[in-house]
Design a protein around this ligand. Structure first.
Ligand SMILES: Nc1nc2c(ncn2[C@@H]2O[C@H](COP(=O)(O)OP(=O)(O)OP(=O)(O)O)[C@@H](O)[C@H]2O)c(=O)[nH]1
Ligand SMILES: [Mg+2]
Length: 457
């Protein structure tokens, strides 16, 4: 395997920069670029130990710094690896990187160090995904969740379920291949019991995705309502900055405005939209159509009403649009409570039980709104640091599909079909679980996951 090299620290001036190497020739390359003090070779020092020395590019001294060697398989990637710690100059770190290329390294692709760790079996795919989540995290809850998943909690749980399922599959095939011999002491009813226990464990895992998604992937959230109710003011309040234009003129927001914000434990992928009403010109009409499309594709809708004014026909129009939606969470936000309260919870009974009164202008009610979102999406029972949590759509799909195949296998056994039908279904369930942690995942999926990393990780 080629030896890759990259600057692993962020681009910019800093105290130090780290250039990382991994591959068969990592130590040779380090030897060409880095000379420890006292005319020694880096190999004279123990691995995992920082060594002081000089850094050269084509035999010219360019810096003094530290280097460390990690011998495979006891390294992040599982391969021989090394790091050079130089002063954190933008040009300097680039020159050290070039020195490693001149000495035989090739540039690392995005996430290639972690991809190599995955390929050499140092970590499962869900652990690698947790590393991305850790780097991306904007909230302490996401850090806590990702740190515990990066530790391999989910991989471990999935591996346990995988081997339990494998035992049952082996018993089924033993029955099929040698029906007259007493190869297994597992009866069909034991198998069914075993399968339903595995299914329960997977169902519990499946339930964690509601929280995992809200914390890690973020909720696709749309702020909608008639014009001038304070939708853009609400976006600004949640962001804590004046991102969207706010004016007293109805129809200020014409196109959608999208921002991601961490709200308590939850990540919100927010979209502010044009006011829903009967448009009077073409641009407005497009804006309203876009607003409605966003509402239809969102999972959480913050429906903003002017709580200080009486209902009018435009409010009814918005409520009628919301009534058409299924499978969405709607929170009615009664805004402008600083100037009065004319609307109340009962008026929205038909569309949602969740109603909160705020003043976006006075920055009042933000905590109440965030607490309500947390209450809906965060399972308070889940202890991030000790629980397995499904954190992305790819993992969720594997869990759901494996449950379906286990269900099919149980039905096949119940309905007295030949056992090979159950066996086939269970093999499909195994393959789905294998996907979850990368055991059987396709090259495209691997490429896609590691493509989301930064170079140097
Ligand atoms: N008194 C009061 N006024 C508010 C409040 N929130 C917003 N406003 C005012 O209401 C007007 C409209 O606010 P926007 O945030 O632009 O409303 P919008 O729903 O985005 O409006 P469009 O983009 O035109 O649909 C502005 O004059 C705001 O200052 C509030 O909580 N209290
Ligand atoms: Mg607006």
């Amino acid at each position: 395997m080629s030896t890759i090299s990259a600057i692993s620290t962020a681009f910019g001036k800093g105290g130090i920069a780290i250039i990382r190497l991994s591959g068969d020739n990592a130590i040779d390359i380090l030897n060409k670029v880095f000379k420890p003090v006292g005319n020694k070779s880096i190999e004279d020092f123990a691995p995992n130990t920082l060594v002081y020395g000089s850094i050269y590019k084509e035999d010219k001294l360019i810096d003094r710094g530290m280097a460390v060697v990690f011998k495979g398989p006891k390294s992040y990637t599982g391969e021989d690896s090394a790091e050079i710690h130089c002063h954190g100059g933008i040009l300097l770190s680039q020159m050290v990187l070039e020195a490693t290329f001149l000495a035989g390294a090739v540039p690392a692709g995005p996430g290639e160090f972690t991809q190599r760790a995955f390929l050499s079996g140092k970590m499962g795919l869900s652990q690698a995904e947790a590393v991305i989540d850790l780097i991306d995290a904007q909230s302490e809850s996401k850090v806590a969740l990702a740190a515990s998943q990066a530790d391999g909690r989910l991989s471990k749980r999935v591996n346990e379920v995988y081997s339990e399922l494998m035992t049952i599959v082996s018993s089924i095939y033993a029955y099929i291949d040698y029906p007259d011999e007493d190869l297994t002491d597992v009866s069909i009813s034991d198998m069914k019991l075993g399968l339903s226990k595995i299914k329960d464990r997977l169902e519990n895992l499946k339930k964690t995705y509601k929280t995992g998604r809200a914390v890690c992937e973020g909720l696709n959230t749309v702020i909608a309502g008639k014009p001038n109710t304070g939708k853009s003011s609400l976006l600004n309040m949640l962001l804590g900055e004046d991102r969207a234009i706010v004016t007293p003129i109805a129809g200020t927001t014409r196109d959608t405005v999208e921002e991601t914000v961490s709200a308590g434990k939850v990540l919100l992928r927010l979209c502010d939209t044009a006011g829903i009403h009967t448009a009077t010109d073409e641009v407005e009409e497009i804006g309203v159509r876009r607003a409605i499309a966003k509402v239809e594709s969102a999972e959480l809708i913050l429906a903003v009403f002017d709580g200080s004014a009486d209902f009018d026909t435009e409010d009814t129009e918005v409520i009628n649009q919301l009534k058409l939606l299924n499978d969405k969470t709607i929170i009615v936000v009664l805004n402008k409570n600083d100037v009065g309260t004319k609307l109340d919870k009962q008026q929205f009974e038909e569309i949602t039980p969740y109603v909160v009164s705020i003043s976006a202008k006075e920055n009042n009610g933000k905590t109440k709104l965030i607490k309500l979102i947390e209450q809906i999406y965060i399972d308070g029972e889940i202890e991030y640091s000790s629980e397995c949590v499904v954190t992305n759509a790819r993992q969720f799909a594997s869990v759901v599909n494996s449950i379906t195949h286990i269900d099919n296998a149980i039905s096949a056994l119940n309905e007295g079909f030949t056992q090979d039908i159950a066996g086939m279904e269970l093999e499909l369930a195994l393959s789905e679980l294998g996907n979850l942690d990368g055991r059987k995942v396709t090259e495209d999926v691997v490429h896609n996951i590691f493509g989301r990393f930064c170079v140097g990780k």
